[in-house]
Design a protein around this ligand. Structure first.
Ligand SMILES: Nc1ncnc2c1ncn2[C@@H]1O[C@H](COP(=O)(O)OP(=O)(O)OP(=O)(O)O)[C@@H](O)[C@H]1O
Length: 628
């Protein structure tokens, strides 16, 4: 799955075209791995699960292991006692007398059976306690790795693919623990039963094992086929979820209605669902066929085992009484073997998902370790220097920025302008260290941001992005972003005042305490422009020495816009400020205007200088003035 759309679109009979998402390289690689290669990774994956479990709840892990070991010991004890009791039953003569003579064995059998049942229940309880915690921990590892990764990682389709699969994998961690418990429990029963069979006649065990091998093969192959289909379907699953949410979510509800799009979207949903179901059905049929072959061969093997048993009795190589015990033991160990195989196959399947999770942590690592640890000045840079900076988005053919040279001094206000797609937002992200250049360098007071500690750099930055987030939090947290300043609400009100958000807060029913998550109870919604004022207040509240605002007034009315730009000049004192705008009249207050054109600086200078040059800036300004 990937966020990139491929062409050509798929067209059903009489249906509109339905897009497909490209499948990432990672998935092709993973799907093409041999079963043996995946099986070899199983111990490592299980060790990962054990590590997670251990980290979240030592006691539950110890309880689980203790119960499993004790249950296995009791199973062996019970089976040893069973052999003695069965011998007493099958050796002929008085059964009651035989049982009386072996009363201790009967009691041991009863106690061991009860104890085993209780221990199994305790093990299941410990596994159930551990499973959700392991899921939480696995999920947190994904979240931590994702947030620690370079921002540019999110532009890489492979990273997005592996990230999505890892989230699914983290969910399966709980299943893995439950399956591992089931497997070890069944394996303990099987081992004990198999021991009894071997004691009775050595030829029986290999026969028994041989009869189970095809069933195991079928189960593992079937699991693999299902998992492969799951991987291949990830792109469509995500697409279906996108259709579902876009069709029903509040953010899109007005467009869906006004554009009478519901029918179209539902059709798309049906088509993608149809594709998913067809793929799934194909996989299920294939898996069932493989499992059927395995089961049929196992049936032949089982028949052979019974045949050998009959043969042994018929040829007088095994007494009838012993054969009775053997028959029971064969049956018990056969059932235990089948359970072990089924549990093993399930574990195999869940381990494949966990493998996706573990792979993400590996993939995410290089994305986090890209920078150095050099410190930048705590009160922000005196000068930011971009030298021969070029930047190409992962997977893109052409650079978004090409050979940019630029100095930004503290106290200076720079306006970035240019047509859509000229590279303004990309340059803003490069200057603040959110992206590292593909070539060239950005230095803060001579420290190359590639070598600098990213946390130290970003602590100096306040950013109003073009698409700011409407956090489902209280108004206060929407401005402080969970990082209150020492003077608390005074700073919040000051920032709100500078951004024109004071009137927004004053109108809220509970002031700063009002939840801005409208769809939740007690929440209160804001208009687009009101939200933008809050987003600007956020940046002002951060009080950082590098201030970057990407179209901060796009949704504001004229009065609010004027207020922000008049305050900006005062706020810019002692900071390096960059703002991006399409309303060129606003650039009058900037110390310097930089005009970008297809990733290159085409003009640079003060407002008056650019007017005098009568170049592209002047032309755009004229067009705007004529329009207004
Ligand atoms: N994630 C991405 N992957 C590939 N290319 C991208 C990505 N984001 C942006 N681009 C491309 O990079 C170029 C610069 O984009 P950028 O967002 O910096 O432009 P901009 O000047 O801010 O545009 P606007 O005025 O529309 O906001 C554009 O050609 C755009 O198509």
């Amino acid at each position: 799955m990937s966020s990139s759309l491929t062409s050509p679109p798929v067209t059903g009979a009489g249906q509109p075209p339905v897009m497909r998402l490209a499948s990432g390289r990672h998935f092709e690689a993973s799907v093409n791995l041999s079963t043996w290669a995946i099986a070899r990774r199983l111990p490592r994956t299980l060790a990962e699960a054990a590590r997670l479990g251990w980290r979240t709840d030592h006691r539950a892990v110890l309880a689980l292991l203790g119960c499993q070991i004790a249950a296995a010991a009791l199973t062996a004890t019970a089976l040893a006692a069973t052999t003695r009791v069965l011998a007493a039953v099958f050796t002929g003569g008085d059964i009651a007398a035989g049982l009386r003579q072996n009363l201790t064995a009967v009691m041991v059998l009863a106690i061991a059976a009860c104890g085993r049942y209780l221990l199994d229940a305790a093990a299941r309880a410990a596994a159930a306690r551990l499973a959700p915690k392991a899921v939480r921990e696995a999920d947190l590892e994904v979240i931590t790795a994702a947030t620690a990764a370079e921002l540019v990682a999110y532009e890489d389709p492979d990273f997005a693919d592996v990230h999505a699969a890892a989230s699914d994998g983290a969910e399966k961690t709980g299943d893995l623990i439950l399956d591992a418990q089931l497997l070890t429990s069944a394996a303990a029963q099987m081992a004990a039963a198999a021991t009894v069979v071997t004691v009775l006649h050595p030829v029986m065990l290999p026969l028994l094992v041989l009869s189970v091998v095809p069933c195991a093969w079928g189960a593992v192959r079937g699991a693999r086929i299902e998992h492969t289909a799951h991987h291949r379907n990830l792109a469509d699953s995500r697409l279906r979820n996108v259709f579902r949410s876009y069709t029903t979510e509040r953010n899109t509800a007005d467009e869906v209605r006004a554009g009478t799009m519901a029918g179209f979207l539902i059709r798309q949903y049906r088509i993608v669902s149809g594709r998913l179901e067809a793929e799934q059905l194909k996989a299920t049929r294939k898996a069932l066929a493989v499992q059927g072959i395995g089961d049929a061969l196992t049936a032949v093997g089982t028949a052979a085992t019974w045949g050998v048993l009959v043969l042994l009795v018929a040829t007088g190589r095994m007494e009838l009484a012993v054969a009775g015990t053997a028959a029971l033991a064969v049956r018990t160990s056969g059932v235990a073997l089948a359970t072990t195989v089924r549990a093993g196959a399930r574990l195999f399947r869940t381990s494949l998902s966990l493998d996706d999770w573990a792979r993400f942590l590996t993939v995410a690592k290089p994305w986090t370790a890209r920078r150095g640890t050099a410190a930048v000045a705590e009160d922000g840079p005196q000068v930011i220097t971009a030298q021969s900076v070029s930047f190409t988005y992962p997977g893109a053919d052409t650079p978004a920025l090409d050979d940019i040279d630029l100095d930004l001094k503290r106290g200076e206000v720079i306006a970035l302008v240019g047509e859509n797609g000229a590279g303004k937002s990309t340059l803003a992200r490069i200057l603040t260290g959110l992206f590292l250049p593909t070539s060239g360098s950005v230095r803060w007071d001579g420290v190359d941001l590639t070598d600098a500690d990213p946390a130290g750099v970003l602590a100096q930055v306040a950013l109003v992005p073009q698409d700011y987030t409407r956090w489902p939090l209280a108004a206060r947290e929407n401005i402080t972003l969970g990082q209150p300043r020492p003077d608390g609400d005074t700073a919040v009100h000051a920032a709100a005042d500078a951004a024109g958000a004071d009137s927004v807060i004053a109108a809220l029913p509970h002031g700063l305490d009002t939840s801005l998550a409208r769809s939740w109870w007690g929440g209160h919604d804001l208009s687009g422009g009101q939200w933008q004022r809050i987003a600007v207040a956020r940046a002002f509240h951060r009080d950082a020495p590098v201030l970057v605002m990407d179209e901060p007034t796009a949704a504001l009315d004229a009065r609010a816009e004027h207020r922000i730009y008049t305050r900006l000049k005062a706020l810019a004192d002692g900071r390096a400020t960059v703002f991006i705008t399409h309303r060129l009249a606003n650039t009058r207050l900037a110390d310097r205007i930089i005009v970008l054109d297809q990733g290159r600086i085409s003009e640079m200078g003060t407002y008056d200088e650019l007017i005098d040059q009568a170049g592209g800036f002047f032309e755009m300004l004229k067009l705007q003035e004529d329009r207004d």
